[in-house]
Design a protein around this ligand. Structure first.
Ligand SMILES: [Zn+2]
Length: 331
């Protein structure tokens, strides 16, 4: 294979992190420390090959159980933001399903407020996406959408649907996304991980998604690629999330197919706790396993920034800095 000569430091490329789950954002050492303190048993964070979604979910749930206090949440967000910042991240979005934390923190609203306080105290700007689960009823998504809408001016920037997207009717979730769209929040459901391109299409058409979490199956249908390009719907690609589930190998993650079609790609980490690779590492993988050039990597970074919920002046600054990074000769 003819690899490009690595020239520029990818950590110096300004980036937006757009797909990161709260629990999965934990440092492994923090997980072990909190598990010890709160006497929670967790399986090893990086056991070989999660293999099935259920195994992944078990591991994830065990890790979540170590987050017991507002200080725990604030620490995880601060550390995740610091780690991403060291990798060149200048705007981070973190998604959380408050349902999972409500029993510990005293309700949905209280749980969300704990997360928002943590986000506000982080070392770089952090926006919060409230995410319901595809596997919970659409009526619950509406409840969370209303909650998200109430906090639109207080740090919530978007609304999503996480978890396994199989076996449910996409259009049933449209009422929830209407609530959040009316509040000015962007919609970013997971789709196209296990499901075909038609699922991605439904998320764009029925939910008016502004971004798709993963969405990699869309490359199989040129019409769906065109739809994404036409509406400039970004795909949040997290390269290390696919091999454990047999969805893609690192060398077949379809970043270039999206770029060629004019679809914005936002490289992100999903759950660095479980997949073990940070934000700059995802760019390194695209450079080393996919052969992306620095120009393509800069396009990816710009795509993430453009499709983020960052304030417009910050986007403008960061996009200019991406150009600057690219214009520098190798150091
Ligand atoms: Zn995810």
């Amino acid at each position: 294979m003819n690899l490009p000569t690595p020239s520029r430091d990818l950590r110096g490329l300004p980036k937006a992190q757009l797909h990161l789950h709260l629990t999965g954002a934990m440092r492994p050492a923090t997980l072990l420390e909190l598990a010890g303190r709160h006497r929670v048993t967790v399986p090893p964070p990086l056991a070989d090959g999660a293999g099935t979604w259920a195994a992944f979910q078990d591991r994830y749930d065990a890790s979540r159980a170590t987050l017991r206090t507002p200080a725990d949440i604030a620490r995880v967000i601060a550390e995740a933001a610091a780690d991403d910042a060291a990798d060149g991240c200048r705007w981070m979005e973190i998604q959380v399903d408050p349902t999972s934390y409500a029993p510990v923190f005293g309700g949905l609203e209280a749980a969300l407020e704990v997360v928002l306080a943590g986000a506000a105290a982080a070392p770089i700007p952090v926006g919060v996406l409230v995410a319901s689960s595809w596997q919970r009823p659409p009526s619950h998504a509406v409840t969370l959408a209303r909650l998200a809408a109430r906090y639109a001016a207080h740090g919530v920037v978007g609304f999503g649907l996480s978890n396994d997207e199989r076996g449910v009717e996409v259009a049933d979730f449209a009422p929830a996304f209407r609530v959040t769209a009316d509040a000015g929040l962007l919609g970013a459901p997971h789709s196209g991980f296990y499901t075909p391109a038609s699922h991605v299409r439904s998320c764009v058409e029925s939910l008016e998604a502004a971004r798709i979490g993963h969405g990699t199956s869309a490359v199989a249908d040129p019409r769906v690629l065109s739809l994404l390009a036409e509406r400039q719907v970004g795909v949040e690609i997290c390269p290390t999330s696919y091999p454990p589930f047999g969805v893609h190998e690192l060398s077949t993650v379809p970043v270039r197919a999206f770029l060629s079609a004019g679809v914005p790609v936002a490289l992100s980490t999903d759950d660095p706790l479980l997949f073990g690779v940070g934000l700059a590492g995802q760019y390194e993988i695209c450079r080393n396993s996919l052969g992306l050039t620095d120009t393509e990597l800069a396009t990816v970074a710009a795509g993430g920034i453009r499709t983020s919920a960052a304030p417009e002046p910050l986007k403008k600054t960061l996009l200019a800095e991406v150009d600057e990074w690219l214009s520098f000769a190798s150091k």
